[in-house]
Design a protein around this ligand. Sequence first.
Ligand code: IPE
Length: 246
Amino acid sequence: MIVLKLGGSAITDKDRPETLDGDALDSAAAAIASSLEGDVDDLVIVHGGGSFGHHNASEHGVTTSEGTHEAAAAMDIHGAMTTLNRFVLGRLHERGVQAVPVHPFSTAHRDADADLTLPTGQVETLLEEGFVPVLHGDLVAHAGEGATVVSGDELVVDLARSLGADRVGLCSTVPGVLDADDAVVERISAYEDVESVLGDSDATDVTGGMAAKVRALLALEAPASIFGLEELEPFLDGSNPGTTIE
Ligand code: IPE
């Protein structure tokens, strides 16, 4: 079982609001389709927002900790993410992948301590029935805050843990975690390995920064890889491109 995140920036045009990077998404869909024809059986996909969702969230002042109580704001942000989700599903369908949506806004919530609860019964049943569930960064109900953002990274970590994933992949715009000379760090087994390049702050940046990603992935039991789009197929075929975090 593999949990794969398609980074928002990897599948959209970051410089133009609500614009897909159609070629990038299509090549990701092709790699996913060919892996499912090969050895991969159980695959859960999570995609981020890129040029969808982020600007809507910032227009409404909504973050992972600052929420909204306005339905119109919620619909704007959630709507941008479901629009992108439909594009992602469409490209997967063109390649014959049995992809179906699971919208976190309809299933997950945060308590007053901001702890996320993400039920996975539907994801597990969909996998057993041969589907490829596709989740995405979204809004979630948040006790005391209204609705806040949940990032794709947060969903990936939560899903990997509760589904007992064998491998986790983060397909990104960078070929891995880069060292001071911009070379890919092959393996990270402790945060100290990369502290000098990523910094030692206990940053609370859960939607973006590489430091937060690395910390969250180190805490997982399953090995995780961070790699660029051209390495998606090798990753799905079982090799360890980019940076391996375990
Ligand atoms: C964005 O998800 C979700 C919203 C802003 C609603 P991510 O934070 O996972 O997106 P990327 O991958 O970093 O673009």
